[in-house]
Write a protein that binds this ligand. Structure first.
Ligand code: GDP
Ligand code: MG
Length: 739
């Protein structure tokens, strides 16, 4: 064979596929210790020591080959349509029974297969002994034991795979009996399928089983290619389903799964698998879980971990955040000195440095937060969080699979709702899925983080970690409550069962933690340097133009002359010469009066700008929550991306500033502004947390929900809800005199 063979890696989530892929190709793909990390397939190349090459494709992790989720669909479509020369099925040796479930399905499909028995080190530690040769004999598939993490035996694995790829390419599907009723139906369906265009790429029996499993994707494809036939197949499937319901009170899917597991169980009992230790001996992970997921201790520990994470983040990031602030202050000084007054200077100072700089200033905080989260994720603790939250979620009409979507969206702080909304694809029930994707935007994503950090740092500095902790609980509370409301009204319906597998605890590697932290921090920096920068400039323009009308400009000029005329000529001349330090008393007074006037003029120009008018217009409503027009501009801009709330406040306060030499960080400006107080800040925090999702998330919701109706609901409901909450808090807080 001259061309490079194509070798696909398939396997359960968390079986070590990506680790193997990276070891083979030298790539640095994301290795995660929770399910659902690899959704898309990745491609690379393996080089044999003697120069031969192979294409390696890392498929998403799947438990089955039925189109229950995108991962499964991507993996299956690749195997069926691209027909790789060989599929390497990565099997977690420490969890053989469950992993073989996918193996069986791959064999039923008939694709040329090699089994990589991974995590042999873990299996050994647990006293699991596998007779590799017997396993291979029974299945008639080559089996190679490996340790992907250390690279042990992967050379041999590739050699075996290469040989398999050279062999003939006729697919030889495995046939399993599913019990009399189903077997008979399958035979009938196979007969109907013979010679149909549907069976060109996959075996007839496999297709028949898919129709029985109610695989929508296969059914739809059938209807497109051969509507009549598909109709008859679906009818057959329905008939046998009804029959099974009445006779054994079960579904075809369930019976098919039962028989597959039965096949595996009997296989393993043929002296393939032996447990060296007593069976009731607990593995290390199980021992840890006895405590960490304990009914009472578990949630307590979870809350302590969360609080600890915030303490860690805010404490250690304080200093570097201050350094960055100093750096941007220094940069303002340099730009101010180097450029003449004018539009360009205003754009750079107010639009770019005070705007984007404010967002970039929080990079150290983001980094510390992500580092902490990477530890939780890589160690396997995050999966336990999902496990524990599942019990709570069910009460509120959500599903165990919803938890990961919430965490991805920023359940701990610092995620993003866009992948969160996409992560809901693993939910099979449409109503549960909609309820999830409508509520994940309530989490504190990475974009809200600078807003929360700024406001809590300014007004609740003493207890920043605790406030952040409470805000996190509040976010979950609100999300669950709203989900419950949806599930009781527009999304009423039953809930589906959920089984969660807990990956074992693992000691994270330092390199892995650094890669994870950097990947996400870089995302944040990139966004600040592109999207946020563009919006900042746009908003700066909206806050600068159209500028003062001629009549007002004249009024200010007149006033300036009046002030100057009221002082002796010497004072005016002194001012012209500069040298502030040696001003006489009169000159100093004049300078101050002129500064006040300039400040008024800048304020007036900002007020009359396009954005200023919009902000003022909204004040008639927003004042109930204590938001002034500057805040309103920031909030409108925040719909584009939530970081913009920080950058816009930075620009707005910078534009009103007269003397750039006295420039203070935004936090100090807010703290000194009499219009701001802790109550207003808190109302604003709540509003930012819960109002309309950002634009990109809205588009994503519309796409995933299949209709703009739901996206519209997210915008209006969330904004109204957030506003009501902000008004309530502001009014109550002010009435109690906390302002
Ligand atoms: P994927 O979901 O199948 O892509 O799995 P990953 O490659 O992301 O690996 C999941 C976890 O298992 C990671 O923490 C890996 O470091 C770990 N892992 C992978 N292979 C081995 C192995 O052979 N032995 C041990 N002990 N851990 C492994
Ligand atoms: Mg992976």
């Amino acid at each position: 064979m001259d061309k490079r063979p194509i070798i696909a890696l398939a396997g359960n989530p968390n079986s070590g596929k990506t680790t193997l892929f990276n070891a083979l190709t030298g790539a640095r793909q994301h290795v995660g210790n929770y399910p659902g990390v690899t959704v898309e397939k990745k491609q690379g190349r393996y080089l044999f020591p003697d120069g031969r090459e192979a294409e390696i494709v890392d498929l998403p992790g799947t438990y089955s080959l039925t189109a229950y989720s995108v991962e499964e669909l991507v993996a299956r479509d690749f195997i069926v349509q691209e027909r790789p020369d060989v599929v390497i099925d990565i099997v977690d040796a420490s969890n053989l029974e469950r992993n073989l479930y996918l193996t069986i399905q791959l064999m039923e499909l008939g694709a040329p297969l090699v089994i990589a028995l991974n995590m042999m080190d873990v299996a050994e530690d647990r006293g699991v002994e596998i007779d590799v040769e017997r396993l291979s004999d029974f299945l008639q598939v080559p089996v190679v034991p490996i340790v992907a993490r250390s690279g042990k035996n992967i050379g041999q694995l590739m050699e075996v795979a290469y040989q398999a790829a050279q062999a003939t390419h006729s697919w030889e599907p495995l046939t399993i009996s599913y019990g009399e009723d189903l077997d008979r139906t399958i035979l009938e369906m196979e007969r109907l399928l013979r010679d149909s265009p549907l069976v060109r790429s996959c075996p007839a029996r496999w297709l028949a089983v898919k129709f029985l499993e109610n695989d929508h994707e296969i059914q739809e494809r059938g209807k497109r290619l051969h509507p009549e036939l598909a109709e008859r197949l679906i009818q057959k499937a329905d008939e046998v389903a009804a029959h099974l319901k009445t006779t054994v009170d079960s579904y075809p899917e369930a019976l098919i799964a039962d028989h597959r597991y039965g096949f595996i169980k009997s296989l393993l009992r043929q002296n393939v698998l032996r447990q060296r230790f007593d069976t009731d001996r607990l593995y290390a992970s199980d021992k840890i879980d006895k405590v960490l997921t304990n009914r009472f201790l578990g949630p307590l520990i979870m809350l302590m971990v969360l609080l600890g994470l915030y303490k860690f983040t805010f404490t250690y990031s304080e200093l570097p955040v201050a350094w960055l602030e100093g750096f941007f202050g220094w940069m303002s000084g340099v730009v101010d000195g180097a450029l003449p007054d004018g539009m360009l200077k205003s754009l750079l100072l107010s639009g770019v440095i005070d705007g984007v700089g404010g967002v970039l200033g929080f990079v150290p905080l983001i980094m510390f937060m992500f580092f902490g989260i990477a530890i939780l994720e890589d160690s396997g603790y995050l999966a336990r969080v999902a496990f524990m939250m599942d019990r709570v979620f069910r009460v509120f009409g959500l599903h165990g699979s919803s938890v990961m979507a919430f965490i991805v969206s920023g359940g701990i702080a610092g995620g993003c709702a866009v992948p969160g909304v996409m992560a809901t694809r693993t939910l099979r029930s449409r109503k549960e899925r909609l309820a999830t994707l409508l509520t994940v935007p309530f989490m504190n994503c990475g974009a809200k983080l600078p807003v929360l950090a700024l406001l809590t740092g300014t007004f609740f500095a003493a207890s920043q970690a605790k406030v952040m902790f409470l805000l996190t609980l509040l976010a979950w509370g609100v999300a669950l409550l709203v989900a419950k409301i949806y599930r009781m009204t527009v999304l009423k319906g039953e809930s589906t069962p959920f089984v969660m597998e807990l990956p074992p605890y693992r000691l994270p590697t330092f390199k892995g933690l650094l890669i994870h932290t950097w990947e996400r921090t870089w995302q944040y920096i990139k966004k600040a340097g592109t999207v946020i920068l563009a919006i900042s400039i746009l908003l700066w323009a909206m806050m600068t133009f159209p500028g003062l009308p001629a009549s007002e400009s004249e009024r200010f000029a007149l006033k300036e002359r009046e002030i100057m005329a009221s002082y002796p000529v010497e004072a005016v001349l002194e001012l012209k010469q500069g040298g502030e330090a040696e001003y006489s008393a009169e000159a100093a007074a004049l300078a101050e009066e002129l500064d006040d006037l300039a400040r008024l003029k800048a304020e007036r120009a900002l007020e009359l700008s396009l954005a200023g008018r919009i902000g003022r217009g909204l004040e008639s409503v927003s004042r109930f929550a204590g938001f002034d027009w500057r805040t309103n501009i920031a909030l409108v801009g925040g719909f584009a991306a939530k970081e913009v709330v920080v950058s816009t406040l930075g620009t707005a306060y910078s534009l009103g500033e007269v003397d750039p030499e006295e420039t203070e960080p935004l936090a100090a400006r807010l703290a000194n502004d009499p219009a701001w107080n802790p109550v207003k800040a808190f109302a604003l925090i709540l509003f930012v947390m819960f109002y309309a999702p950002c634009f990109v998330t809205v588009v994503c919701i519309a796409r995933e929900a299949g209709s703009w109706k739901w996206a519209g609901l997210a915008i209006t409901f969330n904004t109204l809800f957030a506003f009501a909450l902000a008004v309530l808090v502001y009014q109550a807080g002010m009435a109690l005199g906390w302002g």
